[in-house]
Design a protein around this ligand. Structure first.
Ligand code: ARG
Length: 568
């Protein structure tokens, strides 16, 4: 939306005979209220002219003032090192109405990704282990980046790089063969699997021989032993079925499941490519790629017993994504603890001579911090399961509904939308690289910075629209000029820029925090001004504002993969 206003500023500069470098690049939306709709920082120009930025800003503002009104600009103002542009209410209102008409129900904020493919690897759990809250991040951050990319016109391939290969499947198969009959696999397949997993690791702590047996069993699996392969297949099936429940609840969908095992018959080719480039060297019987010159540990390609490794499969999968899936952008949404791993993999790709290594990004994130539970480990079994967290959120919301609004329709559905939405929003409102505090009170605080707060605001707009019960005007009848109205409009106009920046940095929290700002501004407007029951033209104009707010909020929540209930 702001693009239109930006080009007005560019035209004004041009017609005023000012040659400003890099336009429209530097033009931005000011963060502070009262600073107009757009701001042009003059620091670069000031440096060129060897003058103080405030002076340059003043000179520029004076030069631009005379013809500003031709471009719908009411005021050009110098403020420190910036020139600020205030557009007339009429111009911004028309823009809002236009957007409201053209973008109805669509996420298509931009088409700049048209013709490009983004592959994104997200929520890729390790088979046989329940997803814990750590996977929540990889899931919700990933899905929202999927949505953001689609909103920018990209073709997106969401990939599940399921952890379905590696020595732990030797362990598991061995455990199943020896202890499996003790567990209720028919009634509780997934729980049984996980118990086997925990038991093996506990037993291996005191019995050093178990690790060897597990490793041997894995080599058998790698060699295609039919008995072991059958167990492995069962393990994968049971797990995927379990995960699908949670993905369903979170509204997550992968386009392709490409587990680690998928790359088995591509690993030789990877080794061959490494050999051809003279990158593969022996180290204590294992094959590695040395990365000393970058101060990194070597990347392990093949173990002494011939088994492949996580990194080997990631090399194969990167090549697959580029060569087979034609990825222009290849993202890995994985926790910060795997930073070294991805640096190693990307470095090996670079050494292989693949310039596209630069299109690969590790989209990393921090951990959850709970008040009294330390770092979680699924080996020991003391984990906070994603399933439990989501069910608890839903049942807490149910209780709140029973207390506050017991006659609400579709209570179950609303509780699910609000409970799940609360968990997702709490995650996505934080810059992903930081740790996230997990605090039930804040997560479900309908008045604080929370998912329910934003959902509630959208619902409030919806019910106003329902009450109004007429088509929304396609032109503002009366100019909306109060501070509350102008600020709300200003914030909404820059929303699509936020979406685009959020995609550039793979940071959904920019969208989440912008939505919070819009809600705050809307509530402010709503508390200060009457909407229905005012004189005719004013009601119509204000309803345009309400409809626009509703639309931005529901599209924004949609980008975060959060639903808006009908009522709440
Ligand atoms: N399965 C891994 C884990 O849970 C994440 C996989 C991420 N993707 C990748 N291509 N390595 O830690």
């Amino acid at each position: 939306m702001l693009g239109t206003l930006k080009s007005q500023v560019v035209d004004l500069l041009k017609i005023s005979g000012i040659d400003f470098p890099g336009l429209p690049g530097p033009i931005e939306a000011p963060k502070r209220p009262g600073h107009g709709h757009l701001a042009l920082p003059v620091f670069v120009l000031a440096k060129e002219k060897k003058k103080a930025p405030p002076l340059v800003a003043q000179e520029l503002a004076a030069q631009l003032a005379s013809r500003a009104s031709e471009f719908g600009i009411d005021k050009v103002e110098a403020l420190a090192g910036f020139v600020n542009f205030h557009f007339s209410p009429r111009v911004v209102q028309d823009l809002l109405v236009e957007t409201l008409k053209s973008e109805a129900g669509r996420f298509a904020f931009s088409s700049r990704g048209a013709g490009k493919t983004m592959v994104i690897d997200f929520s890729s759990p390790n088979v046989a282990k329940p997803m814990h809250v750590g996977h929540l991040r990889a899931t919700v951050i990933g899905q929202s980046i999927v949505n953001l990319a689609k909103s920018q016109g990209y073709k997106v391939i969401g990939l599940n790089h399921l952890g379905d290969w590696g020595v732990q499947f030797g362990n598991l198969a061995w455990a199943y063969q020896n202890w499996g009959s003790e567990y209720p696999f028919v009634e509780k397949p997934f729980e049984s699997l996980f118990q086997l997993y925990v038991r093996f690791h506990q037993a291996a702590e005191t019995d050093a021989d178990l690790a060897r047996k597990g490793a041997e069993t894995f080599v058998k699996l790698e060699n295609g032993d039919p008995e072991i392969t059958k167990i492995w297949k069962m393990v994968v099936e049971i797990s995927l079925k379990e995960y699908s429940k949670l993905w369903g609840l979170l509204g997550v969908q992968h386009d392709l499941v490409r587990g680690e095992s998928f790359y088995n018959d591509r690993l030789r080719d990877v080794e061959q490519r490494l050999e051809d480039k003279g990158l593969l060297v022996e180290s204590d019987g294992a094959m590695v790629v040395r990365l000393d010159d970058e101060g990194m540990a070597p990347c392990l390609i093949r173990k002494t017993d011939g088994a492949s490794l996580y990194a080997t499969r990631d090399l194969a999968s990167a090549i697959y994504r580029r060569e087979d899936l034609k990825a222009d952008l290849n993202l890995y949404v994985v926790g910060a603890e795997q930073t070294l791993h991805f640096r190693q993999v990307f470095s090996v790709l670079k050494r292989l001579g693949y310039s596209w290594w630069e299109t690969c990004h590790h989209v990393s994130f921090g951990m959850y911090r709970f008040k009294d539970i330390g770092k979680m480990s699924s080996r020991k079994g003391n984990v906070i399961l994603l399933d439990d967290v989501l069910s608890k959120a839903i049942s807490m919301v149910k209780e709140i509904i029973e207390q506050k609004n017991p006659s609400l329709q579709d209570k179950e559905k609303v509780a699910e939308q609000v409970g799940v939405g609360a968990i997702i929003f709490n995650d996505l409102m934080n810059d992903r690289v930081k740790n996230v505090d997990f605090d039930w009170e804040r997560i479900l605080d309908f008045e604080g910075d929370s998912g329910p707060y934003v959902q509630y605001c959208a619902v409030r707009c919806q019910s106003l629209i329902k009450k109004y019960n007429r088509p929304i005007a396609t032109k503002m009848k009366v100019d909306l000029t109060t501070l509350e109205e102008s600020e709300l409009i200003r914030s909404m106009l820059s929303f699509s820029d936020t979406v685009s920046t959020a995609f550039d940095h793979f940071k959904p929290h920019l969208v989440a925090t912008h939505l919070l700002e819009i809600c705050r501004l809307f509530n402010h407007f709503y508390s200060k001004h009457r909407i229905l029951g005012e004189e005719e033209g004013l009601v119509e104009s204000r309803m345009v504002l309400v409809a626009a707010t509703q639309q931005v909020l529901s599209q924004g929540l949609g980008l975060l993969n959060i639903q808006v209930p009908e009522a709440m």
